[in-house]
Design a protein around this ligand. Structure first.
Ligand code: MEV
Length: 438
């Protein structure tokens, strides 16, 4: 069930981080981000043993992750509360902080391409490549027809196979790899991520492709390199929103642009930059019930599309002096299918985010990636990342040392002031605190 209205009364969300989880749900209902049915609590969001046992083989137990909510997202003029499933302490705080500044600057503007997924049939031992290619092109219509006949329900809903591309991959003596003739099937999978639709269609055309080319099929499978399903988010931030401690807005802007240039030219930095982006993206993808491995694999391949691994994001100076950020990556997520429709936490995420279509989900996800990158870079080029991380790290250390209840905050507070913030110090502090309480 979706929330009834798109308007959100954000006054209920002030000091959100200070509330208990139950108070947060109440605040989200009061704000209009959830419906009153969610007031019954979050116990029902867990996977039951029965459901989990049906989802995978050899099921033993569920493995929990915290599910939190990032605030302040204004994407294409609409407010969102973003569900994120993640174990890393600082990610949600950083996403919310970045989104807050960007919302003050007018929010994210996104561009979402048509959602076309790609399937591959790899053929080997093709006796005459030019002839095979011309046969395939001559019979393109018939191949597409066969593909659609293999999955009529997606065609009935308005989707289906739309195009066929042929790629010849030359033999490489040095790598000792043979020649391949690769057929790409382009499919509009509508609201689904579409792996099953595509794989069914590919298997429906493979024998015909063998017949047309005289080759032998090696495999038929969806490609997770979804270059025909791209999402872009852009934001433009005036310098007066960028000031930070000893740095002027202009300095923060210029340093952030240099950080972006560094991540463009150096793969060692680019990987870390993109890992930060994927901190946010994967957390929303996971919360939404989508396949985060597919999104991650495609994103990193897209980062290498020039032949060098580069930053997925760019930060530049606008003519008027503002900072402009942009992030583009393949985002083949679905709004239906897979575990989206059966995992109760994914259903909750859908209610909380209130998205109606897979394109809308893409728009939010790519914006989260950009917010995450903005926050990380801003911290890195000013105060450094540790300052913000330490408070959260202190709580994790306190828990690792065995603290529970109110002792967690007490240990964490003292740890932040300690000379060495490590597990041994946390244990010693906990002992002192517990001794005082006895
Ligand atoms: C940590 O999980 C992510 C960062 O390293 C990202 C970055 O360096 O851009 C902070």
């Amino acid at each position: 069930m979706h929330k009834e209205t798109d308007t959100m009364d954000k006054t209920h969300l002030t000091k959100f981080y200070k509330k208990t989880p139950t108070e947060r749900i109440e605040a989200l209902v009061a704000a209009g981000a959830l419906t009153s049915t969610d007031l019954t609590g979050t116990d029902s969001l867990h996977l039951t043993d029965e459901l989990a046992d049906h989802m995978i083989e050899n099921y033993l137990a569920t493995y929990d992750l915290p599910l939190g909510s990032a605030l302040n997202f204004l994407v294409d003029e609409k407010d969102y509360i973003v569900p994120m499933a993640i174990e890393e302490p600082s990610v949600i705080a950083a996403a919310s902080a970045g989104a807050k500044v960007i919302a003050l600057a007018g929010g994210f503007k996104t561009t979402i391409s048509d959602r076309i997924m790609i399937g591959q049939v790899a053929l080997k031992d093709v006796p005459d490549l030019p002839l095979a290619k011309s046969h395939l092109l001559q019979h393109k219509k018939a191949i597409l027809k066969k593909a659609n006949a293999a999955h009529p329900s997606i065609v009935a809903r308005g989707g289906g196979a739309t195009n066929l591309l042929i790629r010849i991959i030359e033999a490489d003596d040095e790598a000792a790899t043979p020649e391949f003739l690769v057929v790409h099937l382009h499919v509009s999978t509508l609201e689904a991520m579409g792996a099953n639709i595509i794989n069914t269609m590919l298997e429906g055309i493979t024998a015909y492709l063998e017949e047309l080319t005289g080759g032998k099929a090696l495999m038929s499978i969806l490609s997770n390199y979804a270059t025909e399903c791209l999402a872009t988010a852009v934001c433009q931030i005036p310098v007066d929103l960028l000031k930070r401690n000893d740095y002027t807005g202009e300095e923060v802007r210029d340093r952030l642009i240099e950080a972006s240039q560094f991540a463009y030219v150096d793969p060692y930095r680019a990987v870390t930059n993109n890992k930060g982006i994927m901190n946010g993206i994967d957390a929303v993808v996971l919360a939404s019930g989508n396949d985060w491995r597919a999104i991650s694999a495609g994103a990193h391949a897209y980062a290498s599309r020039s032949g060098n691994y580069r930053s997925l994001s760019t930060w530049k100076k606008a003519d008027n002096g503002d900072l402009i950020g942009q992030l583009t990556l393949p985002l083949p997520v679905g709004s239906v299918g897979g575990s989206i429709s059966i995992h109760p936490a994914a259903q909750f995420s859908k209610r909380l985010l209130g998205y109606q279509t897979a394109k809308e989900l893409e728009a939010v996800i790519v914006s989260v990636g950009l917010a995450q990158n903005f926050s990380a870079l801003k911290a890195l080029v000013t105060d450094g990342i540790q300052k913000g991380h330490m408070g959260l790290q202190a709580r994790s250390l306190a828990i690792s040392a065995g603290a529970s209840g109110t002792a967690i905050e007490k240990v964490a507070e003292q740890l932040k002031l300690a000379k060495n913030m490590n597990l041994a110090t946390a244990k010693a502090l906990l002992q002192d605190i517990l001794a005082l309480e006895e």
